[in-house]
Design a protein around this ligand. Structure first.
Ligand code: SAM
Length: 331
């Protein structure tokens, strides 16, 4: 097999790059009110360092790159990074995960720089509830960001909803109904045990099967082979007959998809993380800053790949918990 293959014969072609651990929101399930301690400017990788690692990874077989954070749009110069990443030969799919609060200011420049699609995190459709969940976020700005992305030409627009019992579960049907008129891909994601500060308890996680059953009370869902645009990822995709948009289910907790996991994550301080639920990290920064050549750095990447576990594992039937908060990993 050609390309980047891990020790369990999975083809690894997807790199998620976190460009910052800072965020302009404090979502209750993701971060404590006071935030988490932040990396200093010299601790995070420069764009040149990120691009060097990305280029090496792309040479080895990465074809999909996602920019994330923290909130990626709070880091200055992110449009430049998008432009440079989109120019790497071999990058076939470049995307970004954002809370969209700043997207209205950046959408057109990002699109022109080569970002053709975005995933937007939005856990409530009610302004007051959204403000509560995010500790201060303004839902109007999210909608303005979505509109700006649409006007710029980005497609598909995916809306990610982390479904949490007692938090936003009463809005599941409303999110699903949104796809009847609007060409969004609304994806429900199970709440994962990530980060020490997370309020995660098994009873907070709503299995996707339950979410789907609730949605099907509105109308049956028709399964799709793949997203209309070929961008399904780990989501199982459906739509209401005749609807403009699609509905996806991502179930890392109830039905893990480790067998087909194709991803690596690079944290903003230069650590490679091969499994979201594992605490194992390979620090690439010392080598990167010691004047190492591409051969040596590439070897380190290959070694890190060997640490990718077959399975994210569970303890007594409960998913193993990753201790780094999502904001530091890059969701
Ligand atoms: N700031 C950007 C955003 O809001 O999309 C990117 C980073 S954010 C950490 C990425 C995604 O991780 C968000 O969609 C957030 O809802 C999700 N997330 C954070 N903690 C999570 C958890 N414990 N389980 C599932 N998703 C989580």
């Amino acid at each position: 097999m050609n390309g980047l293959i891990d020790s369990h014969k999975r083809r690894i072609n997807y790199l998620r790059i976190s460009v910052t651990d800072r965020c302009n929101l404090r979502c209750r399930y993701c971060m404590p009110k006071e935030g988490v301690s932040q990396f200093g400017p010299s601790e995070i990788l420069s764009y040149e360092e990120i691009l060097r690692l990305a280029a090496l990874a792309v040479k080895r077989g990465i074809t999909k790159v996602r920019i994330t954070g923290g909130e990626p749009l709070v880091r200055k110069g992110v449009v430049h990074l998008v432009q440079e990443l989109s120019r790497l030969p071999g990058v076939k799919d470049l995307s970004m995960t954002t809370n969209a609060l700043l997207l209205q200011d950046f959408a057109l420049d990002l699109f022109r720089a080569g970002l053709k699609r975005v995933n937007i995190s939005m856990d409530s459709l009610e302004p007051q509830k959204y403000r509560e969940i995010t500790r201060g976020g303004d839902l109007n700005r999210v909608w303005a960001g979505i509109e700006a992305a649409r006007r710029a030409g980005m497609s598909p627009i995916k809306i990610n909803v982390v479904a949490i019992a007692g938090f936003n579960d009463l809005e599941i049907e409303d999110f699903a109904r949104l796809t009847i008129q609007e060409n969004f891909q609304v994806r429900f994601i199970e709440f994962m045990p990530i980060g020490l500060s997370s309020e995660w308890k098994p009873e907070h996680c709503i299995p996707c099967q339950e979410i789907k059953a609730r949605i099907e009370r509105i109308s049956p869902l028709v399964p799709l082979e793949e997203g209309a645009n070929g961008h399904g990822g780990p989501a199982r995709l459906f739509k209401f007959a005749g609807a403009a948009g699609e509905i996806g289910f991502i179930s890392p907790v109830s039905e893990h998809f480790c067998n087909s996991c194709n991803r690596l994550r690079l944290t903003s301080d230069g650590k490679l993380k091969t499994c979201l639920f594992s605490d194992e990290l390979t620090d690439l920064k010392p080598l990167l800053r010691s004047g190492a050549g591409d051969l040596e750095l590439g070897k380190k990447l290959d070694e890190a790949l060997l640490t990718k576990p077959l399975h994210h594992g569970s303890i007594g039937g409960v998913l193993k918990r990753c201790h780094l908060p999502m904001v530091k990993i890059g969701g």
